[in-house]
Design a protein around this ligand. Structure first.
Ligand code: GDP
Length: 471
């Protein structure tokens, strides 16, 4: 930094000290300190590097005429025991009956099936919203459609509501699969009624959400559900350019004793080829073998298809993006630079919004929505708090309650907060110890109150600070 600004090390160190930061000569400063110090010397800082490298990737837009339809990618979410795994299992095995070349014999984290001869759908093979949200928290947008499974002999349960909140926070279209209709006591109408109380109206009730009554166990009406997924996909007009280098997301990765590092990737644009040079996170490598979920070796993987790869020199985290490079030394540089930074700084936590930070962000001019998650001890106070906070919305800033529920603040809440950059407000409830730890690691703010008025006042004054930023 001293070299860049053409000042002496001592100047930097004494400037840091005057700002109350004790540093040594070979210490790495964090971004905020660099900004502060540079500001003191009348420099403006522009950070280029990792994040930019990834953003740059998204900036390369495809020409309209290069875009071709791609298969929808579907995630299945819902309450425990409502039948997510059964549904995934049925679709996987029914497809074998349909006579597709080779049965799905490998669990690689995602699979693709063909319907009506030529229509494909990709399913993420890890049921539940935890996996999905953990990925989203890392910035991955891995699914196009969410199927929310609800058991017709049960009810809309806490995890059903959570799944709905997660899908809504990710702006994912939802299709409702009302499962277990083969069971005595199945009452789909009751489920529709409960959904309507959450402002979710299915088509049969005059609303916009598709729903399908099914039995995942018996395979009843699952074909109709698949048709509805295809219909939803048509509306989304999902397209990609197969004629470019592949990019996409890591679904899972591990170290296999015999084969080395194995990863399942989802190709989201372009075509992935054997011997491509891949970089994902701090790892890179030339792809040695591509194997699909039918245990077949493939040489080319089109958009929306999952594939298991060998050749990376490590196991990237699920949700990490990947990119293909042509220049070996460039690929190596990018990966090495990332691992250096990770080593030096430990896992860099992304800074999330805090009440204190609201004013600063508004001053930057791009802060329009305050996302809040509310957990409380009883329904009445959760509703009251949610209503009051939403009413704080002004023309400049909208208060948006991403999720509200009764109960302890859980890891799932923190993941949702990470993914949607939300603050968590607890009323007469506390975070679980795992949730606290995760929140600390992820930099998520959890505020707890025992008086509703205090919660409202604090958010309000933060928002007012936000409206009159100190210059
Ligand atoms: P998950 O926790 O949501 O993945 O639920 P599972 O798929 O593991 O299902 C939980 C239980 O419900 C299992 O015992 C399944 O056999 C059963 N089950 C799932 N779908 C149906 C169904 O359509 N009808 C009946 N009768 N049982 C089902």
């Amino acid at each position: 930094l001293a070299n860049l600004m053409d000042v002496s090390f001592a100047d930097i160190i004494s400037k840091c000290m005057s700002l109350g930061i004790m540093v040594s000569i070979n210490q790495r400063l964090d971004a905020e300190v660099i900004e502060l110090v540079a500001g003191e010397f009348n420099y403006e800082v522009e950070f280029i590097g990792l994040d930019d490298a990834e953003e740059e990737d998204e900036e390369i837009e495809d020409d309209e005429e290069d875009l071709l339809p791609r298969a929808p990618i579907v995630t299945i979410m819902g309450h425990v025991d409502h039948g997510k795994t059964s549904l995934l299992d049925y679709i996987r095995s029914a497809n074998v009956v349909a006579g597709e070349a080779g049965g799905i014999t490998q669990h690689i984290g995602a699979y693709q099936v063909t319907i009506n001869g030529d229509k494909k759908i990709t399913f993420l093979d890890t049921p539940g919203h935890e996996a999905f949200t953990a990925m989203r928290a890392r910035g991955a947008k891995a699914a196009d459609v969410a199927v929310i499974v609800i058991a017709a002999d049960d009810a809309v349960m806490p995890q059903t509501k959570e799944a709905i909140s997660h899908a809504q926070a990710a702006s994912l279209p939802m299709i409702f699969a009302i499962n277990k209709i083969d069971k005595d006591g199945a009452n789909p109408a009751k489920i529709y009624e409960q959904l309507s109380q959450m402002n979710i109206l299915v088509e049969e009730w005059g609303g916009k959400y598709q729903s399908q009554e099914i039995s995942a166990k018996k395979g009843l009406n699952v074909d109709l559900l698949l048709e509805k997924i295809l219909l939803e996909a048509d509306l989304l007009n999902l397209r990609a350019n197969p004629d470019r280098e592949a990019s996409g997301t890591i679904i899972e990765a591990s170290l296999d004793k015999g084969r080395g590092y194995v990863a399942t990737v989802l190709v989201q644009n372009g075509t992935l080829r054997q011997s491509d040079l891949m970089v994902s996170g701090q790892y890179f490598g030339r792809l040695k073998a591509l194997t699909n979920e039918r245990n077949q070796r493939v040489t080319e993987v089109p958009p929306s298809a999952p594939v298991q790869i060998l050749g990376l020199n490590g196991a990237p985290q699920a949700g990490e993006k990947f990119k293909i490079y042509t220049d070996e030394s460039e690929a190596k540089d990018v990966a090495t630079k990332r691992s250096q930074i990770i080593r030096e700084q430990g896992l860099r936590t992304r800074k999330h919004i805090t009440l204190d930070e609201i004013g600063r962000r508004l001053a930057l001019g791009n802060f329009k929505e305050l996302q809040i998650i509310i957990k409380g001890d009883v329904d009445g106070s959760v509703e009251a708090l949610s209503d009051s906070l939403q009413k704080l919305s002004t023309e400049e800033i909208v208060v948006n309650v991403v999720h509200k529920a009764v109960g302890q603040i859980s890891e799932s809440d923190v993941l949702l907060a990470t993914a949607s950059d939300a603050i968590i407000i607890g009323f007469n409830v506390r975070p679980s110890s795992q949730a606290s730890r995760l929140a600390q690691n992820e930099g998520v703010e959890i505020k707890t109150y025992s008086i509703i008025y205090n919660a409202i006042e604090e958010v309000k004054s933060a928002m007012e600070g936000m409206l009159e930023p100190k210059v």
